[in-house]
Design a protein. Structure first.
Length: 378
């Protein structure tokens, strides 16, 4: 298998045309996007601050001010352990390329954001799924994790809060999770893209403070409303970062100095950017939960404890793809659960504009009323 044999990205294939053409978006897994003007007002960035940016290549690991800002923001790491990347996607690709060899066992969550598993698979890994059971609200079962780990495990690859379900680990579960993984000679690759988006408990601390072989990944896309900035990071041992740099030399080389300048400003005052969107996400979450309760049992919605996506099922609908297409016809964008291996569910994002969420839920509610109210098939 070569890199060109990687499986089609089902989520990206679904969104590629629709994302820019369907007016009401309740599909996305991030908060409402900021504009450059928003950032300048929130952070006090002047035209003079931007005029001095020189469009030359940045260092391979990122400019020093941004690496220091990431280290201070995440905590528990020196700047020497930070690599700045093109979003978390590049960080995950580089980390897995540096760690995984053909035949290695890699533990991945099911359901999963596809790139997490497909990258490992195309690198020759044997995937060992840690399955989240919908019958249990997708709660992480640590005994199931124990059952799939072995001395052959090379990487445990997880993201909490989880995309698409919104489940996460409690502080007690997190401590037990780290203890379980730490008893095996493997690396933990921790996708923390949604780590700041929590609703019921504080954000989980970075695992690098506990596990020597932890590699953590973050991004300004999901919780910060800056996906188009394309800035992420990876925190790990300098030796691992050196290997990742060798791979990167054949790909992107470095990140944009303009993006790094803006990202540094954000991470020096992160609460000014985070807090307005976290408040909005919390209010939207309550709107979504109230809407589901009003559907007379037609909607089965595990309560998302983190992130801004939910993963509902609907009584009488064994495959929601047609429902998603009918929503698109009425100007509403969602993601069919088949993109995550669960055809009976859809990913529904609640991080955007409240008016869009309300309008999208109204259309979805109307469509459900038009459908037969039968038990779920299959």
């Amino acid at each position: 298998m070569t890199i060109a044999d990687i499986a089609p990205a089902l989520l990206e294939d679904w969104l590629r045309e629709r994302y820019f053409n369907v007016p009401i978006d309740i599909s996305s897994s991030g908060v409402q996007d900021y504009t450059l003007g928003d950032l300048r007002r929130l952070l006090g960035i002047s035209a003079a601050d931007l005029d001095v940016v020189t469009f030359r290549d940045s260092p391979s690991l990122g400019c020093e001010p941004l690496r220091q800002a990431v280290a201070a923001h995440v905590g528990g790491h020196p700047a020497e352990h930070v690599m700045v990347t093109h979003g978390s996607s590049e960080a995950l690709f580089l980390a897995l390329a540096a760690l995984v060899r053909p035949g290695d066992e890699v533990v991945v969550l099911r359901p999963v954001y596809q790139s997490l598993s497909s990258i490992a698979e195309v690198l020759g890994a044997r995937l060992r799924p840690w399955t989240l059971d919908p019958a249990d609200g997708f709660r992480p079962d640590l005994d199931r994790l124990r059952a799939v780990l072995s001395d052959r495990t090379r990487v445990v690859l997880v993201n909490f809060p989880h995309n698409p379900t919104g489940v996460t680990l409690t502080p007690g579960e997190y401590a037990e999770f780290l203890d379980i993984v730490g008893r095996h000679p493997c690396h933990l690759v921790w996708d923390g893209a949604f780590s700041r988006l929590t609703h019921e408990s504080p954000a989980l601390p970075d695992p690098g403070a506990v596990l020597e072989r932890a590699v953590s990944v973050g991004t300004l896309s999901k919780a910060y409303g800056l996906p188009g900035l394309r800035v992420g990071w990876c925190l790990g041992d300098p030796g691992l970062l050196a290997t990742m740099t060798r791979v990167r030399d054949y790909l992107t080389l470095s990140t944009s100095p303009l993006a790094e300048t803006l990202a540094t400003a954000v991470l020096r005052q992160p609460d000014l950017v985070l807090n307005p969107r976290l408040r909005q996400a919390g209010e939207n979450r309550q709107m979504l939960l109230a809407w589901a309760r009003e559907r007379d049992g037609r909607v089965s919605l595990p309560t998302p404890a983190g992130g801004v996506s939910a993963f509902p099922a609907f009584r009488g609908i064994a495959d929601v793809t047609d429902l998603c297409a009918r929503l698109e016809e009425r100007g509403v964008l969602v993601v069919p659960g088949a993109c995550f291996g669960h055809a009976d569910r859809m990913r529904l994002g609640f991080g955007g504009r409240p008016a869009d969420l309300r309008a999208g839920l109204d259309v979805l509610g109307d469509l459900l009323e038009e459908l037969p109210n039968d038990p779920i098939e299959g």
